[in-house]
Design a protein around this ligand. Structure first.
Ligand SMILES: [Mg+2]
Length: 425
């Protein structure tokens, strides 16, 4: 009763100040043409030159390209052959996922030192919640100093956007680039977004862009002026979100970066086993399945572990840091390596398991340096089949023989696929 009375007596200007105090200060940081910048760090002769990073064969794919190539119409994800035709003078470099992962971790460590609440949303992108810090330092000043520190400690160019929410900050970073910063003040979000192309709204991909263009929409302003229910009718639930984003409305939280963010699977045997072929087959099946979960969630892992429990209940785990990946063939090889060094007691095994941690968002473009477009298409095709017919509809022959994971059935014997047991998010 007392509290209500006090609030009732609060002067209006204090109430509005309270509201402002409750507003958030969300920072979005994005390393500029990250893979290219790392290459330039390693070889300064590459500075100012047009650079393509990716698979070097004609069937390879562009994983990253420098600003100098963009005026030629080059973009990432494009076949290397086409990029070469568009920009023949470009220097082509086969990337190295391990090197990029290391530099990404370096930046992460600097942010971790200075910001208590941050999210690593991909290998080269971060969100930080600076709410509350403004009282002491001023968020913009704080963000500027953090950016300066990253640049001077790592030598990598990075841009940021600062505003009241993630969406507006991300768009602001895009507008600030290359190697710059931009702050959007409270109340100016709509004005800032209005003249931009609708393509700049996060989540407007090629398909949605075409749909919106067919409706005659080109600039964010037109979406802002449209009634929300028209957007809902045309694009369903997405229409509502896009309308909100166009109006600078977003309440998604910064998800704390956590080393233990993981997916894992394990299996306890009905009867303890010493059959190494069988154990390896199960590990391959587990890894294949978890890798698919990663790709489906557009995640990459940078730390993998194998766990063994012997019949005497002693449990051992071995883990290894790896370059960010979601590619089966890389993960399986590493998991088998770990197993080989871990399983040295020749005792009966009661349980085995696989765990992926240090998850960040990202697609497997990062592994395309060695692979061709065909390899990418093969993964896509296999994952499409899994999406339609279940996790277990496509597998490596060696994993199929083990017929284990989640009482997995041979996909060709007519049994419906069974969802993997023990799966933890
Ligand atoms: Mg970037």
């Amino acid at each position: 009763m007392e509290i209500i009375l006090i609030l009732g007596l609060f002067p209006i200007n204090l109430l509005s100040r309270f509201r402002i105090a409750m507003s958030k200060n969300i920072l979005h940081l994005d390393l500029d043409t990250f893979f290219v910048s790392v290459e330039r760090l390693l070889d300064s002769r590459l500075k100012g030159k047009p650079i393509l990073v990716g698979g070097l064969s004609d069937r390879g794919v562009v994983a990253a390209c420098s600003y100098e190539t963009r005026s030629y119409g080059v973009h990432s994800g494009m076949p290397m052959k086409m990029a070469k035709e568009l920009c023949p003078e470009a220097i082509r470099i086969k990337g190295n996922a391990g090197t990029y992962s290391k530099h990404s971790d370096l930046v992460t460590e600097i942010i971790k030192e200075d910001v208590p609440l941050f999210e690593k949303s991909s290998i080269d992108e971060f969100y930080a919640d600076l709410t509350g810090m403004d009282r002491f330092f001023g968020s913009y000043k704080y963000a500027s100093e953090l950016r300066k520190k990253i640049i001077s400690n790592t030598g990598l160019p990075i841009s940021f956007g600062l505003s009241g929410n993630k969406v507006v900050s991300k768009v602001a970073t895009g507008e600030a680039k290359p190697n710059n910063q931009l702050k959007i003040d409270y109340g100016l979000e709509k004005t800032f977004l209005a003249p931009l192309s609708i393509k700049k709204i996060p989540m407007v991909g090629d398909k949605t862009y075409q749909k919106l263009r067919n409706l005659g929409l080109r600039h964010v302003r037109t979406v802002q002026e449209m009634p929300i229910d028209v957007m809902q009718r045309v694009l369903g639930k997405n229409g509502e979100t896009i309308w909100k984003r166009a109006n600078g409305i977003d309440s998604s939280p910064v998800i704390p970066f956590c080393e233990r963010k993981s997916i894992s699977t394990e299996r306890t045997f009905d009867k303890d086993t010493i059959d190494v072929v069988k154990l390896r087959g199960i590990l391959i099946a587990m890894t294949e399945n978890l890798a698919y979960q990663l790709r489906r969630g557009e995640k990459l892992t940078a730390c993998i572990a194998v766990k063994i429990r012997y019949s005497d209940f002693n449990t051992y785990t071995k883990q290894a840091r790896i370059p960010y990946t979601s590619a089966d063939h890389i993960l399986i090889a590493k998991i088998l390596e770990l197993f080989k060094s871990l399983y040295n007691r020749r005792l009966l095994v009661r349980l085995i398991g696989v765990r992926f941690t240090h998850l960040v968002s990202g697609n497997y473009q990062i592994n395309l340096f060695e692979d061709t477009e065909e390899a990418l298409s093969l993964y896509r095709a296999m994952d499409d089949i899994r999406k339609r017919y279940g996790d277990k509809s496509v597998l490596r022959a060696v994993a199929m023989g083990s017929k284990t994971i989640g009482r997995m059935q041979n996909p060709f014997n007519g049994q419906p696929p069974i969802v993997l047991a023990h799966r933890k998010q």
